[in-house]
Design a protein around this ligand. Sequence first.
Ligand SMILES: NC(=O)c1ccc[n+]([C@@H]2O[C@H](COP(=O)([O-])OP(=O)(O)OC[C@H]3O[C@@H](n4cnc5c(N)ncnc54)[C@H](O)[C@@H]3O)[C@@H](O)[C@H]2O)c1
Length: 400
Amino acid sequence: MKDTTLGIGLVGTKFMGKAHSNAWMSAPKFFDLPMHVNMRAVAGTKVQDVAEFAQRWGWQCCTDDWKDLLSDPQVGLIDNCTPNHVHAEVSIAALAAGKHVACEKPLAGTLADARAMRDAAAKAAKKGVRTFVWFNYRRCPAVAFAHQLVKEGKLGRIFHVRASYLQDWGGPSTPLLWRFQGKLAGSGAHGDLNAHIVDMARFITGEEVTEVVGAIEETFVKERDIIESSGGAIAGKGAKRTVRGSRKGKSTVDDAVLFLARMSGGAVASFEATRLATGNQNRNQIEVNGEKGSFKFDFERMNELQWWDHTLPARMRGWSRIMCTDASHPYAGNYWPAAHVLGYEHGFVSQAADTAMVLGKKKPVVAIPDFADAYETQRVLEAAIRCARTRRPVAISEVK
Ligand SMILES: NC(=O)c1ccc[n+]([C@@H]2O[C@H](COP(=O)([O-])OP(=O)(O)OC[C@H]3O[C@@H](n4cnc5c(N)ncnc54)[C@H](O)[C@@H]3O)[C@@H](O)[C@H]2O)c1
C-alpha cells in the first residue's frame, strides 16, 4: 500500500508540456512506484489554452500564473517546461517554497542563471528538497546499457568519444522562435543539442570534460521572419507570421557549434551540434572507442546499440546489432516483450518513474542529473563558447 502522494505542478503546455504530461500519466502504469502520482495542476500563459490542455491531459486544475502552484500544498514537485530564460526564475522560486524541482535542459540559457540555480538547489537540499534535470536520452535503454557496459569494464580504457547531434529544421524559412533569440534561449544549437551529448558523454563514460581545445561557432541565417505566436513544435509550424516576409528580426544565436575536448580519463572527444544538417532530422549519435571494445548509438535507431568486441579472436570480430529491448536491458522490461520497440516518449516516462523512485527513497535505474550535475554540463558549454570566441583553449577549471 502506498501511503505517500507526489503532487505534480507542471509549468508550460507545449512540446515538453505534452511529453511530460504523458510521462506522469504513464509512469505509474508501467512502473511499480513507491508513491502515488497526482497530476495536480498545470500553469500556462493563456487561460483558454491551459484549460483545454488540462482537460485533454488529465490535470486536476489549471492557472495562467505559475506562482499559484507554489502556494498549493498538494503540489510537491514543480516540473519546469518553460523556455530557457524562465528556468531560473521558476525553479529558484519553487525551491524557496520547499518544492522539489524537475527542470528541462539545458539547466539555463546563461552560466549566471545556471549557477544561481545550482546554489539555490544546494541550499534547498539541506531541507531535503531535491532537483532533477530532464536529460531524457540517458534513459534510452541503449544509452543506459552503454553506461552499464563501461561501468562493467567492457570497453577497458576509453580512447575516443565522438558525439554529434544533428537536426535540420532550422533553415531560413523557420521563423524567429524563442529558440533563435539569445535573450530567451541563451544559445542556439549549442545549448539545445550539445547540452544533450555533453551530458550523454559524461554519463556514459563516467569521465568529466577537462578542457576544450578548439571550437567553432557559426550563425548562417542572420535574420528570420517575426511571428505572432510560437510554441508546441520546434520548427514553429502553424505559427502566424506577421505579414509574410515583411518584418524580419535578427537571429542572435548560433546555428552550429563544433568543439574538441579532453576528458578526465585521458580520452579525446569531439562534439557537434547544428539544426541545419539537411537530411539529419533528429540524429543524436555517440560513439565510444575503447581498448577492449567500441559502441555506436544513433537515436534515429534508438532501440539498437552497435557493439564491437575487441577481445574476440580477430577472425571473429565484427559489429553486432544489439536490440536493447530484452527484459535484461535497462527499462525495456517495464514496457513490452522483446523487439516490441520503444519510442521518443519512453525516455520521459522512464525519467518520471525514476524521479518518483528517488523521492520515494528507492534507487533509480540509472542516475538522474541534479542541478549540480547539470551545472557541470553548462560549464563545458560555456568553455566551448569562450574557446570559439577567443580562439584559444579553455580549461574547464577557468569556468567557475
Ligand atoms: N529534453 C528534451 O529533449 C527537450 C526537447 C525539447 C525542448 N526541451 C526544453 O524544454 C523547454 C521548453 O521547450 P518546448 O519545446 O516545450 O518549448 P515550447 O515553446 O513548445 O513551450 C514553452 C511553454 O512555456 C510557456 N511559457 C513561456 N514563457 C513562460 C513564462 N514566462 N511563464 C510560464 N510559462 C511560460 C509557453 O506558454 C509554452 O507553453 C526548453 O528549455 C527546451 O530546451 C527539451
